[in-house]
Design a protein around this ligand. Structure first.
Ligand SMILES: Nc1nc2c(ncn2[C@@H]2O[C@H](COP(=O)(O)OP(=O)(O)O)[C@@H](O)[C@H]2O)c(=O)[nH]1
Ligand SMILES: [Mg+2]
Length: 303
């Protein structure tokens, strides 16, 4: 399936929750009035785009169509344009770090999709002809290590792991030394996500960054937060926490396919100014789509 189709399918639930009622509101009324705008704002809020962006989108459409009776297709096109423009600042296409190996550190709360996303991105980079090594730095449970091993095998990527309970910093140290000596282009690091443990997670992530800096003379080039779109606006407070700990360079938003709140992508970027690199649109390793504002707008607004 083409990436575009994947994105469109991934956003199907959000699109249907949003588009059908907007269409009904536009078609059902003679002229677009205050009532229509309030309804539109409510629908955008329900898709979790956040009050600020919902307000901006509505005022753009209102400026253009207030008191008029436009065809639905005109409103649809204007909505697509407005979403695409508002989101253009959130786009940051992948650019390979200069130094090799480039280190990509994935962080986020438990269950957000870190391990899956690490392997998806590793596979994506390997698909561009690069050698990729995975590091199992979530040592908290044996199952987490096994999961990375299994997915790594499926993607034909080498995995460096220690025993359960081992020091994540030591895993990263070993993996990075291996990547440097074997000429891997990228090291992708999977981390733990439990916020309540004896080993404070944020300290652990800081230590991993220091280990990388010591060996490479620079911290991990990418510090990527994996957020689950189904948590909606809660993602903002999660993002703030991780941003303080590691200084995030980008976001990967997962489970768009399982969510009617695909709009949650927008307020995170708005609140923290952290760009979106990829979207997760399914459980398969190929279900990863680079984020493009125009594509996202089109997939959100067009059936
Ligand atoms: N539908 C869907 N499921 C996903 C996506 N990304 C991850 N998952 C699933 O979410 C669950 C948790 O993922 P995992 O990678 O283990 O999360 P972690 O705890 O952050 O490492 C797994 O069942 C994944 O298959 C996605 O984009 N779409
Ligand atoms: Mg995991």
């Amino acid at each position: 399936m083409a990436l575009w189709e994947k994105l469109k399918q991934g956003l199907a639930r959000t699109r249907e929750g949003l588009l059908a009622p907007i269409e009904a509101a536009v078609r059902g009324q003679g002229a677009l009035t205050q009532e229509t705008w309030e309804e539109l704002e409510d629908l955008l809020l329900a898709a979790d785009v956040g009050p600020e962006l919902a307000g901006e989108l509505v005022s753009r459409l209102r400026e253009r169509f207030d008191g008029q009776s436009p065809a639905w297709e005109e409103v649809q096109a204007a909505l697509e344009e407005a979403v695409g423009e508002l989101l253009s600042g959130a786009e940051r296409p992948w650019s390979p770090p200069e130094g090799s190996p480039g280190v990509l550190l994935f962080v986020g709360v438990n269950g957000s999709g870190k391990t899956t996303t690490c392997v998806k991105v590793g596979r994506w980079l390997a698909g561009q002809g690069q050698r990729v090594l995975l590091a199992a730095a979530d040592t908290f449970r044996a199952a987490a290590i096994d999961q990375l091993r299994r997915l790594g095998e499926e993607a034909q990527l080498e995995v460096i792991a220690h025993r359960p309970g081992a020091d994540p910093g030591a895993v990263v140290h070993d993996a990075l030394a291996h990547a440097r000596s074997q000429g891997h282009r990228y090291l992708v690091v999977d981390t733990a996500g439990r916020l309540q443990t004896k080993r404070p997670l944020m300290e652990e992530l800081g230590k991993i960054c220091r280990v990388v800096e010591k060996l490479q003379g620079r911290p991990p080039e990418e510090r990527l937060l994996v957020v689950d779109a189904t948590v909606g606006q809660n993602a903002i407070s999660q993002a703030e926490l991780f941003h303080q700990a590691v200084g995030l360079t980008g976001l990967v938003v997962t489970k768009l396919d399982g969510s009617a709140k695909g709009g949650a992508v927008l307020p995170i970027w708005r609140a923290l100014g952290i760009p979106i690199l990829w979207l997760g649109v399914g459980q398969a390793l190929s279900d990863l789509v680079p984020f493009r504002a125009r594509d996202f707008a089109r997939a959100l607004v067009r059936r």
